[in-house]
Write a protein that binds this ligand. Structure first.
Ligand code: ATP
Ligand code: MG
Length: 433
């Protein structure tokens, strides 16, 4: 019997996980500057949390849900995205109370699940880093959130990116546009894909998002939402554009862009890369927007929200394709070379003492000859080695060697146990001179 991981999942093994930690740490540090705090919601939720919010006709709900009935006959779903769960928690914990600052700002990171056909950058378990901000309608916040997303991707090392924006307007704009769109699409009905034929009845805006080539050709000539905005919605969008320009953040407007989820309105955006990782096609690494009705939809008061999600796998693929070297430090302060079985206890004490003193330290456990141990020290990028043999053990000394300069000094073991900082500094100093 051979065990394999489920289709569409990956093992993030040591080496690879260092990159993840780097991305996550970069995100945490950035979010802290913008004063977003972490929120951790369950990885599974009641099915309705997503079916009500993502849209009954969205791909996510109709095709991609990992849902099941638990032993208590509850309809459960592994979360396909982060926003709905965060909104559910926001409402359930009454985080909109008068004592909570507005905007209420939170970030999350973790696995998401969608039953999709796995391919490069598309998995069944994938990961998102995302933020949500509640309680502010001001388009300034839209711009700040977009700026933060761009910053995040840039700080992770991404260079070749573009910010694409659109507006879905308010309820009135959407009703008017809906009508115009159906009027345009109706004569093309027979040419549309089966999915889109169905969408024409249930949710025609989603046809704009179709991945079918023929649909896309038809949609290219469709009327633009920008011509159907109410004055208020138009002002919101104008302000977003003005403020992005003021911050010198380049952007493109893509009037056919809708999002895969139904709950958005006003500003929506994607950050795309045309990296070779996806055959030179522009691919979305980050997506987000405003969702002013969502809190209400999940039983809360009428409170606006905005957020984005970054696909971590896609980000890493793009970084790799762009040959970005992530600054991952994996060096070792000190490797202890023990010669002969007699040194075993002392090398164990040393390696433990050094770790407790705050240094990363390693030793040999296989009884190898000094040559093999030095090889390991090199492979681990050890700055220093501390060598101890039977003779040294008897006089209570060890040889401290700087692996970069070759400088070597003899130090009493008692001094090392008494405090290693000064010895370490002196040994490293010669490296910098
Ligand atoms: P797509 O059109 O590529 O299916 P989407 O509209 O379904 O994307 P969102 O729901 O907006 O994607 O999710 C935000 C981001 O999460 C995407 O831009 C992408 O980077 C990432 N993402 C979405 N689905 C997957 C997946 N199955 N595997 C890996 N990453 C994903
Ligand atoms: Mg999708």
């Amino acid at each position: 019997m051979k065990y394999q991981r489920p289709k569409g999942t990956t093992d993030i093994i040591p080496g690879e996980s260092a990159k993840w930690q780097y991305i996550e740490q970069t995100a945490r540090q950035l979010f802290q500057k913008y004063r977003y705090n972490e929120i951790r919601t369950p990885i599974f939720e009641n099915f309705e949390v997503f079916s009500r919010t993502s849209g009954e006709t969205s791909d996510i709900v109709t095709k991609e849900m990992y849902d099941f009935f638990d032993k208590g006959e509850r309809h459960i779903t592994l979360r396909p995205e982060g926003t709905a769960g965060v909104v559910r928690a926001y409402v359930e914990n009454k985080l909109y109370g008068p004592e909570v600052q507005r905007p209420f700002k939170a970030f999350y990171m973790g696995p998401m699940f969608r039953y999709e056909r796995p391919q490069s950058g598309r998995q069944r378990q994938f990961h998102q880093i995302g933020v949500e901000a509640f309680g502010v309608d001001n388009p300034t916040l839209d711009v700040e959130v977009m700026a933060m997303a761009v910053n995040l991707l840039r700080q992770c090392g991404l260079k070749d990116l573009k910010l694409v924006i659109n507006t879905l307007g308010d309820a009135q704009s959407r009703t008017d546009y809906h009508e115009a769109l159906v009027k345009y699409l109706k004569p093309h009905e027979s040419e549309l894909s089966d999915d889109s034929k169905e969408r024409l009845v249930k949710n025609p805006l989603r046809i704009l998002d179709s991945k079918d080539k023929q649909d896309q050709a038809i949609v290219a000539q469709a009327p633009s939402i920008l011509d159907y905005l109410t004055p208020e919605a138009a002002i919101h969008f104008e302000t977003v554009k003005k403020l992005l320009t003021a911050l010198q953040i380049p952007f493109e407007i893509e009037t056919n862009m809708v999002r895969g989820l139904d709950y958005y309105n006003h500003t929506i955006f994607e950050i795309m890369s045309n990296s070779k990782a996806f055959g030179g096609q522009w691919t979305t690494v980050c997506a987000g927007g405003r969702y002013n009705g969502l809190v209400e939809q999940l039983g809360g008061p009428e409170i606006p929200g905005i957020g984005f999600g970054v696909g971590v796998e896609r980000l890493l693929l793009v970084l790799e394709a762009e040959k970005v070297e992530l600054p991952i430090a994996d060096d070792l302060d000190l490797y202890i070379v023990g010669i002969g079985e007699v040194t075993n206890t002392e090398t164990l004490k040393l390696v433990q003492a050094l770790r407790q003193a705050g240094y990363s330290a390693e030793r040999d456990y296989l009884g190898r000859k000094p040559k093999g141990q030095f090889k390991s020290a090199n492979r681990m990028n050890a700055h220093l080695t501390l060598t101890i043999g039977e003779a040294e053990l008897q006089v209570g000394e060890a040889h401290l060697k700087n692996m970069h300069t070759g400088n070597e000094v003899t130090v009493p073991l008692a001094d090392i146990y008494a405090g290693f900082d000064k010895i370490y500094r002196n040994a490293i100093k010669s490296e910098k001179e």
